[in-house]
Design a binder for this molecule. Structure first.
Ligand code: AMP
Ligand code: MG
Length: 354
């Protein structure tokens, strides 16, 4: 049975947080909110509970979990944070930045996918922090979605994915960022997954610019080995095929004209306006002037897409700066390399899926 725990404000939610923490301590599985997306959590030191996360999500065993902590002291029980970065991490956290560092032997192999490193972060969400504090243990929690599907940014998404499969789902409304945390390998000072903490923020906090590989931008490069296990799996895919338009934005209505009435358009409010009359329907992410808002609505749109009446979807591309870098990583993966830049390209792409 799955219980739904609605949290309206921290003080009022104290009882629900105690209830969820007791479930976690008892080896149960709890979906909980963070500032990035909802997570599906278990006691990180309980290998059986963590194994259940993999099986509920359908997640590959070599794709490790992020461990969430509520204090630097708790972080040090599971991870070796290099001395030269310790002060910076204490300053940055809580934040949507996950670091890859050496794991301590106490961490079960199931959590790290057999690696000797661990992904660790302190979420910037009072509900999440209170839950971890109350549980008294670090919480392993990947994003709350069935593997290959878009991550949950609302409790209703998690309910759709996991009702009847987890012990509790906490509901505290829409996630603030709506995209997962940034994952950085501190040893190589390289971004493995762009996310809600921007490259500029990393540079400012650490005083040096991290490397961003084409792999982490999800630009295909089959020769290189993935540096993060998660990179090689299908991701964020709605059931409906979705195509990324890579041409001049002004050319999009003409490029999709012959499929008039067959597709849903996803894009900025301004672009949705330009596509009126060409697309069957559209999902506006927000104004172009507010990239943060558009990023926070992306998964919501990808999940809503499957309920829309249309054969396929077209999404526009965004500038790869600031939060746009993470947005384009998720979009490229959701499209699984189905790109087009003109009418002929779209016709060819549509034939491939028919
Ligand atoms: P999720 O928790 O679903 O947001 O995904 C966590 C991401 O962090 C995945 O892409 C993992 O592959 C990555 N990750 C977790 N642990 C490690 C690690 N030790 N080394 C490299 N990447 C990791
Ligand atoms: Mg995930």
């Amino acid at each position: 049975m799955t219980i739904i725990l609605k949290i309206q404000g921290l003080r009022k939610g104290a009882k629900q947080i105690r209830q969820a923490a007791a479930i976690l301590r008892g080896g149960g599985i709890v979906v909980f909110p963070t500032e990035t997306v909802y997570g599906i959590g278990a006691d990180a030191l309980n290998p059986d509970a963590c194994r259940r996360i993999y099986s509920i999500k359908g997640r590959a065993g070599d794709n490790p979990l992020i461990v969430h902590v509520s204090s630097m002291e708790m972080a040090e029980t599971v991870a070796r944070i290099p001395e030269r970065y310790f002060g910076t991490m204490r300053r940055i956290w809580p934040a949507p930045l996950t670091i890859i560092v050496k794991a301590k032997p106490i961490v079960p192999k199931v959590v790290t996918g057999g690696l000797d490193t661990i992904a660790i972060r302190m979420p910037d969400s009072e509900v999440a922090l209170s839950l971890i504090r109350e549980s008294g243990v670090p919480i392993a929690a990947p994003s709350a979605n069935i593997s290959s599907k878009p991550s949950s940014t609302r409790a209703s998404h998690a309910i759709k994915y996991f009702y009847g499969k987890v012990d509790a789902i906490m509901d505290s409304g829409r996630s603030k960022f709506g995209l997962e945390s940034t994952v950085i390998d501190l040893k190589k000072f390289t971004i493995l997954r762009p996310g809600s903490y921007t490259v500029d923020q990393v540079q400012k906090a650490f005083g040096k610019r991290p490397k961003v590989t084409s792999q982490s931008r999800a630009i295909s490069d089959s020769r290189s080995r993935p540096s993060s296990p998660g990179m090689k799996y299908r991701h964020y895919s709605p059931e409906k095929p979705i195509f990324l338009f890579t041409g001049d934005p002004r050319a999009l209505p003409a490029a999709s004209e012959s499929f008039r009435g067959e597709f849903t358009f996803i894009g900025s409010r301004e672009s949705c306006r330009a596509m009126r009359g060409t697309a069957k329907n559209s999902i506006a992410l927000g104004s172009r002037r507010d990239p943060g808002r558009m990023a926070s609505m992306l998964f919501d749109a990808l999940i809503a897409l499957d309920g829309m009446e249309s054969r396929f979807a077209i999404i526009e591309q965004f500038k790869e700066e600031g939060i746009g870098l993470a947005m384009m990583n998720r979009i490229r993966k959701a499209c699984a390399h189905k790109y087009f830049s003109d009418e002929r390209g779209l016709s060819r792409r549509v034939r491939e899926i028919s």
